[in-house]
Every structure is written in structure tokens, then in C-alpha cells.
Design a protein around this ligand. Structure first.
Ligand code: ATP
Length: 487
């Protein structure tokens, strides 16, 4: 696996990600997505949205504003409790953020104990209003979740949702991180994909769809093991629930569902694990939190979190706003404040970084090194590239005809210059799963070659069958189902 610095260099070279304001020297913790990166980000978000909102009848979405009044962040507890501790290594002159529970214990990589430089709140503040005396303080949201809670009543009043139900959102969040490092892993402006899933407080176990995830195999590091030997165990989600390691069925459902999302996208199962938060590190709102971690070159780190936020936020906003945020349960004929039994919260940028790192491979092919991004076809910037063998003899026209047809269905790329071998390599490097070549035979037979990125195998197929075959290959069917290998 490449180091994080190597992947940052690669991502810039290929047009996935650029340091923001680079021509002015850049700004730490800010990045811009280039032509390939923005395609991939869009696909990641669309896949998440489809699986969380569109594929379900009980989840709706919102898109809230980024700047929020002070009242919101006072009520949520962020002004008082969203605190990072700045630790400093005298020897390496390195500042990092540590969790409160690590104070006095955390050590730098060089072995020295960190010095505590004090606490700070990573929220960016601003003022709304141009006349100083009339301006009011506001914050850029450090998480998207609160815009969901403050719209809870609006959604209830307008959407006909009934418990249990979820409200999802994808949007930017901002944290003035003390040491934005490791490329997209720790940024000051990033994007989150969050779901708040609400249940009746007494029905956190009434999950009729748990069997969808019951057999999902996960690597698990429990809070108990972190205090003990630190051993990771392989279990099914069913086991985790049966043994009451995860306490409620709905929480277990969403943790398993999200873990499986990464497996379905082809992420190396050995590099994924679930880690339970130890009691001292739980956020101020959480009854139980589980992280999905990935093993980066910098070690096991959080890829996404999933907290049981209880009724903390709705209670806080009810108290502060004096607006009734309860829910009338028609079955039990009572008003209740629902619980957020599960809050899957993933960073778009961290998912992007993880997929890129996990997909990056260098292989020896005929004495040369081939870089290949083995990205899942659903997240690759382009699904298919159309490459006429040469420009002349009408092959360019034939290639464009194929391209114009395929681009209606898939994100397609057209390239007609340079040697075919080089064009294949370029597509391997940016993860394009399928390449189509048209040659002189294509003009007579109306067929083409289809090359698969990972195996580099080719088959010859009719042009009219292309889109159907690409669709099936993307869904996991084998290349040999559609024709004999010609190389
Ligand atoms: P960390 O411990 O790494 O700072 P966190 O526990 O503060 O993360 P959460 O508040 O749980 O993070 O945020 C949910 C998700 O948002 C994280 O799992 C991560 O994917 C993403 N995220 C949080 N902070 C950042 C950041 N500074 N840069 C990029 N992504 C982030």
C-alpha cells in the first residue's frame, strides 16, 4: 500500500485532488477535487444516498444551511463540550490533538510524553450582519447532525414519517483542526454523510430487517479487549447482538449495514474493523459508539462513526427553543421524545481516501510496472473508455459513434491519440474498469474488443451488445460469460 504522501502526490498528478489555493502556496487542511476526483465524490455520495434514502420507505433527506446561530450550538452542547486538547512534543516540535482521556498518557512517535498546551474549541465562528453593533455571532457547523435535529418538527409536520424513521443529510462541515495532516484524512473543511435514525425510546430492539445483516462477518475490537489484551475477533453481526456486545438491534443493524457497504465496494476485509469506544472517550451525547476503522499506513483509524445519541439532542433543543419536539405515537397514544438509536456518520473525503488507497496497486507486467486502481465500477471516475486503434480510415468516426451511444448510459471517456498500450495504461491508472477498442474489422463486422482492467483480458463482442454487457460486468458477471479470451 502507498503511504499517504505518495497517494497525495499520485492524486494530484492524475487530477483527483489538488491542494486548495496552490498557486498562492496552499492552505493547510483545505483541498479541491479535480476532474477525476469530483466525478468519484459524486458517485460515492449518490451510492450512499441511494442505499440510505431511495432504497427505503422510512428515510427522508434534508439539505440544511452551513452557518448556524449561536443558540443552536449552545443547545447542542458544542460550545461547552466540543473540546480538543492540544498536545505538544518538545522534541519533535509537533502539535497534535488528543482526546481528553489521553491527557498524561499519550506519547509521540519518538517516545516522548506529550505536553498539554491546553484546550480549545475547533468550531469556526463568524459574525452575521455587516454593522458591527448589530452583528450576531454564528458558527460554521462542525457536524451536519444538528441541522437535522432543528428540522425535526418541520420534517414530522410535512413528511408523513412514522417511527421508526430516519433523516439523512450530506453536506459540508468545518473544524479548525489543530494539525490538519495526512492529506484528506484530517481537513478543516470536509463533507459528511449522516443519518439520524429515530425510534420510540422503548422500541430500540424492534428491528424487523436485522436478518439483512445477521451473517455479515466483521472484525471486532471491544472496549473490554482494549482494556485487556487488545485482541481483535472475527464475528458475525448476529453474534455481536446475541452476546449483547452491541446492545440494541437497530444500532447493530445500521453498524452491520454500513460495514457491509464497504465490503460491497470491494474494500479489503482484512483492513476493516469495528471498534467500540471506551467509556472515557464517549462524546457528551453518546450512550454507545462504534467506529468502522480502516488500517491506513498511519495505523488503524476511524473511517466512520456510529453513535446511539439517545434523546439528548431533541431534549436539549426542546429545552432551549421551548418548541415541543415530541412525537405522538398513535399506537401507544402517548407523546414521546424519540431516541436516535443509531447515527451512521461518514466523511465523504475519508471514504474517498480509503477507496483510493485500497484500490491502488503496482504490478509487474512484462518487465514493466503497471499502476492500476482496482476501483469498484460504481465509483470509478469513468466506467468505460472508447479507444479507436488509429484515427484514420474511418475508425475515429466509428469510435465516436460508439462513444456517443455509450455516454447516454455510462460515464464514458474518449481518447484516440497515442499508442494503444499507453492509452490502456492511462486508463488503468485512473481505474477505468472497461476499455473498448474499435479496429478495421469493426467497420465490417460491427464488433469491437472489450478489455477488462484487472485481468487485462480481452473478448470480442458485437457493438450492439456493449451497453448490456458492460452493465452485467459492472454487477459482477465474469468476462468469459460473454466471449472467448483473445489474449
Ligand atoms: P477524529 O477522531 O478522527 O477526529 P471524530 O470522531 O471527531 O474523528 P466524528 O465527529 O465522529 O469524527 O465525525 C464523523 C466522521 O466525519 C468521521 O468518521 C470522519 O469520517 C469525518 N471527519 C471528522 N473530522 C474530519 C476531518 N477533520 N477531516 C475529514 N473528515 C473528518
Amino acid at each position: 500500500m502507498p503511504t499517504i504522501d505518495e497517494i497525495a502526490t499520485f492524486a494530484k498528478k492524475k487530477g483527483f485532488v489538488f491542494p486548495s489555493a496552490e498557486i498562492y502556496g496552499g492552505m493547510a487542511g483545505f483541498y479541491d477535487y479535480g476532474p477525476l476526483g469530483s466525478e468519484m465524490v459524486m458517485k460515492i455520495k449518490n451510492l450512499w444516498w441511494k442505499s440510505i434514502v431511495h432504497d427505503r420507505e422510512n428515510v427522508v433527506g434534508i439539505n440544511g444551511s452551513i452557518i448556524g446561530s449561536e443558540a443552536v450550538w449552545n443547545a447542542s452542547g458544542h460550545v461547552a463540550n466540543f473540546i480538543d486538547v492540544v498536545a505538544f512534543c518538545k522534541k519533535c516540535k509537533l502539535k497534535i490533538k488528543v482526546d481528553k482521556h489521553e491527557i498524561g498518557k499519550a506519547k509521540c512517535d519518538c517516545g516522548a510524553l506529550y505536553e498539554n498546551l491546553g484546550e480549545f474549541n475547533p468550531m469556526f465562528s463568524t459574525e452575521v450582519g455587516v454593522i458591527k453593533s448589530e452583528a450576531v455571532k454564528a458558527y460554521l457547523r462542525p457536524e451536519t447532525a444538528q441541522t437535522i435535529f432543528i428540522n425535526f418538527k418541520n420534517v414530522l409536520d410535512t413528511s408523513r414519517v412514522k417511527l421508526p424513521f430516519g433523516i439523512a443529510q450530506i453536506g459540508k462541515a468545518f473544524r479548525n483542526e489543530i494539525s490538519p495532516r495526512n492529506f484528506l484524512f484530517r481537513m478543516r473543511e470536509f463533507e459528511q454523510m449522516e443519518l439520524e435514525f429515530f425510534t420510540h425510546p422503548d422500541k430500540k430492539n424492534d428491528c424487523p430487517i436485522f436478518e439483512e445483516v445477521e451473517k455479515v462477518k466483521v472484525n471486532v475490537l471491544t472496549a473490554k479487549e482494549q482494556a485487556g489484551t487488545g485482541k481483535m475477533e472475527s464475528m458475525t453481526m448476529g453474534d455481536l447482538l446475541k452476546k449483547k456486545i452491541i446492545k440494541t438491534k437497530w444500532h447493530a443493524y445500521w453498524i452491520g449495514y454500513r460495514y457491509n457497504w464497504y465490503l460491497d465496494l470491494g474494500v479489503n476485509p482484512e483492513k476493516l474493523r469495528l471498534r467500540e469506544h471506551v467509556p472515557e472517550e464517549l462524546s457528551h451525547y453518546s450512550a454507545a459508539t462504534w467506529d468502522i476503522d480502516y488500517e491506513y499506513p498511519i495505523g488503524w483509524k476511524e473511517l466512520e462513526g456510529n453513535a446511539d445519541r439517545t434523546d439528548y439532542d431533541l431534549q436539549q433543543h426542546t429545552k432551549s427553543s421551548k418548541v415541543d419536539l415530541s412525537y405522538y405515537d398513535e399506537d401507544t397514544k402517548e407523546r414521546v421524545i424519540p431516541h436516535v438509536v443509531s447515527e451512521p456518520s461518514a466523511g465523504v473525503d475519508r471514504v474517498f481516501l480509503t477507496l483510493l488507497m485500497d484500490a491502488y496497486h503496482e504490478e509487474e507486467v512484462k518487465g514493466e510496472t503497471r499502476i492500476v486502481l482496482k476501483l469498484h465500477p460504481d465509483v470509478a471516475p469513468f466506467k468505460v473508455a472508447i479507444l479507436p486503434l488509429v484515427k484514420k480510415d474511418g475508425l475515429s468516426e466509428k469510435g465516436k459513434e460508439v462513444f456517443n451511444n455509450l455516454k447516454q448510459k455510462f460515464n464514458s471517456f474518449y481518447d484516440e491519440s497515442g499508442s494503444i498500450g499507453r492509452r490502456y495504461r492511462r486508463m488503468d491508472e485512473i481505474g477505468t474498469p472497461f476499455c473498448i477498442t474499435v479496429d478495421h474489422e469493426s467497420l465490417e463486422q460491427d464488433d469491437c474488443t472489450l478489455r477488462e482492467r484487472d485481468s487485462m483480458r480481452q473478448i470480442r463482442i458485437k457493438i450492439k451488445d456493449l451497453s448490456d454487457i458492460i452493465k452485467k460486468l459492472s454487477e459482477g458477471e465474469k468476462l468469459e460469460t460473454f466471449g472467448k479470451f483473445i489474449n
